[in-house]
Design a protein around this ligand. Sequence first.
Ligand code: G4P
Length: 194
Amino acid sequence: MKSLEEKILQDGKVFPGGVLKVGSFLNHQIDVPFMIEIGKEFYRLFKDEQITKVLTIETSGIAIAVVCAEQFHVPVVFAKKHQTKNLTNDCYVAHIHSYTHGNDYEARVEKQFLNEHDRVLVIDDFLANGAALEGLMEIIRQSGAHLAGCGIAIEKVFQEGGKRIREKGVRVESLAMISEMTDDGKITFVEQDA
Ligand code: G4P
């Protein structure tokens, strides 16, 4: 998605260690009209998949998932990272080890929100090492739902997550694919069809 690549080049900031900050439009402050364009692009890519639910994980995935689900006219379900009083014990649970943050956590979705009749589109803002996405895939597996595919705003191709998940036969569509980021701020994208 050319407009996303241009926005990353214009407003993104590269931090040491291969971290890209896009908080000015994607995951802290949110550029709503631009976000809606992202939602439309995911709809264009997955419109033939008879999607019944969009699934993401808190926090940053939620905004993208919402605009995307609006296009499909289906609900969003987001996995919660903390056991709270608002959550029943009747949950699908995935254990996730984040390489980026160096911590372990559990992602939970109440069983009432996902079942074997669902066709699920997984949405997230970033795909790096892929731990979060694999956690969501584990939740879908437990529910018996069909995983129709994954829609990612920004994939860091120099990390292994996307490759590993595609090798499992999962359709992963990333709108901007970064092949390289240097500490002096240069960002290179994988060439994609317009
Ligand atoms: P992991 O295996 O290292 O955990 O990688 P994963 O792809 O699951 O990404 C882990 C978390 O780090 C995700 O957020 C993801 O959005 C974020 N992330 C990874 N690379 C970058 C980056 O270059 N820039 C930014 N801004 N975020 C990145 P999360 O743990 O789910 O937290 P949240 O931000 O959604 O709350």
